[in-house]
Design a protein around this ligand. Structure first.
Ligand SMILES: Cc1cc2nc3c(=O)[nH]c(=O)nc-3n(C[C@H](O)[C@H](O)[C@H](O)COP(=O)(O)OP(=O)(O)OC[C@H]3O[C@@H](n4cnc5c(N)ncnc54)[C@H](O)[C@@H]3O)c2cc1C
Ligand code: FES
Length: 246
């Protein structure tokens, strides 16, 4: 059993930071945990949440309030918590490469641990952080520390530059210089980014679409790709963006 070591901390509007001690295997960037929102029978289905950070057996998560399950999670008291994982296909971790990371909203969450690990590997990181407005930006300083070039975008221009993360990507000088592009965020953002950055040799996307069973049994999370249908919960969530039929 895992243990929530602190009361969830609100780090921006409707976003909470959870720290969970676990004796399960080391988490890899891009993996997620399946959490039971509370003890007892309801809600029955576990909620998938990406690993925001990991070190010394502590898994950190950023949870955005969406409905009943996330509300229960963000109001959990310190104590035991039922999680399965970390599970799922992680992002790749190259060395000494030029990399672009683009996050939208809570989709920035899995990209923090990724950026941290990529930095350790001597990569050059450009990070585009997209948020609705200033109140929704979480833990900005931590992101800035990991990036060689950090670009902040808000839809309404209340902080950083005004516009979508994809607009910043479209105006990057030398888009062809990136070896890999990584992204997580709203479906339309990732689709647009995949088109804008088609010149990149590799694009890795984290598909956070609706999951039901979360363990490969129900096909509720199927993603259409040029290689057939794939279940995001077991053949993802990280997938080859160039293969996805958006
Ligand atoms: C692999 C993966 C990783 C994820 N990582 C994170 C994360 O790091 N932080 C985080 O806050 N959320 C993350 N999510 C989304 C999170 O799992 C859902 O927001 C959560 O399950 C909703 O549960 P709920 O009971 O609060 O809301 P529900 O009552 O189930 O739904 C409330 C509303 O949210 C919508 N919704 C439910 N699931 C999703 C989803 N996956 N994407 C978009 N809308 C959804 C519903 O359609 C509904 O409109 C992730 C999802 C996946 C599949
Ligand atoms: S959520 Fe059931 S197969 Fe993926």
């Amino acid at each position: 059993m895992a243990y929530l070591i602190e009361k969830p901390l609100e780090v921006s509007k409707d976003h909470f930071w959870l720290k969970i001690r676990t004796d399960s295997a080391r988490a890899l960037p891009g993996q997620f945990v399946n959490i039971r929102p509370r003890e007892g029978s309801a809600p029955l289905i576990r909620r998938p949440i990406s690993v925001f950070n990991y070190s010394d057996n502590i898994i950190e998560l950023i949870v955005q309030l969406a409905g009943e399950g996330t509300k229960l999670l963000c109001n959990r008291p310190v104590g035991e918590i039922d999680i399965i994982g970390p599970v799922g296909k992680p992002f790749s971790l190259p060395q000494n490469s030029r990399l672009l990371l683009v996050g939208g909203g809570v989709g920035n969450a899995p990209l923090y641990y990724l950026a941290r690990e990529l930095k350790k590997n001597g990569n050059d990181i450009t990070y585009i952080y997209g948020a609705r407005s200033v109140g929704y930006i979480f833990l900005e300083e931590k992101y800035r520390e990991t990036a060689d070039n950090f670009i902040l975008m808000t839809d309404d221009g209340s902080k950083g530059d005004k516009g979508f993360a994809t607009e910043a990507a479209a105006t990057l000088p030398e888009p062809g210089k990136f070896d890999i592009v990584y992204t997580c965020g709203p479906h339309y953002m990732m689709k647009t980014l995949t088109e804008i950055m088609a010149v990149a040799p590799r694009i890795e996307v984290s598909m956070e679409n609706y999951f039901a069973c979360g363990i490969g049994l129900c096909s509720g999370c199927v993603v259409k790709t040029s290689e057939g249908h794939k279940r995001a919960c077991v053949e993802g969530p990280v997938m080859d963006g160039k293969l996805i039929v958006w």
